[in-house]
Design a protein around this ligand. Sequence first.
Ligand code: ATP
Ligand code: MG
Length: 161
Amino acid sequence: MNKCKENFIITTSEQETLNLAKKIAKLLKPGDVISASGELGTGKTCFVKGLAQGIGISQVVTSPSFVILKIYYNKIPLYHFDVYRLDKSFQLEEIGFQQFQYGDGITVVEWGDKVSEILAFDHLEINFYYYENDKRKIKITPHGESWEKRLNKSKFVKVTD
Ligand SMILES: Nc1ncnc2c1ncn2[C@@H]1O[C@H](COP(=O)(O)OP(=O)(O)OP(=O)(O)O)[C@@H](O)[C@H]1O
Ligand SMILES: [Mg+2]
């Protein structure tokens, strides 16, 4: 895993993206919100798999595209949303999104940029980009003091503007 600029990380395989997610999982606290965005197939679900493994979920995480939400029960539950098929943010609110994201679990939203206006102010934004072949460029942006502090304390990524 190479560090590239401040808040970009390049992974060269699915396994490296999983490993990055596992490291981020170590920083997670109940109530956290993560938005994962990027083109189809860039690794969002792969990243969520790593997060789930990192917080001790043994079930295999699969794409929730057809159901919008999958819940993984755990010491800290994981609420895995995929809003690719939603047209409007209010549709997400209708299924109780606010209660999930302000609850005590970890909320991850694939295609979170589509619903950014209803995301909690404090959240971690991850953007995935195709790079070369099996490489992905992953941009990590903290929103709010809590994530800024946690990322700056962590050893694997320093985030500065
Ligand atoms: N560096 C990498 N990181 C993550 N996935 C990679 C990488 N290189 C290749 N891949 C492959 O890219 C695919 C990523 O699929 P994944 O389902 O995680 O994408 P996604 O962004 O969730 O797609 P969708 O928008 O359809 O939900 C997998 O087939 C994985 O093996
Ligand atoms: Mg996906």
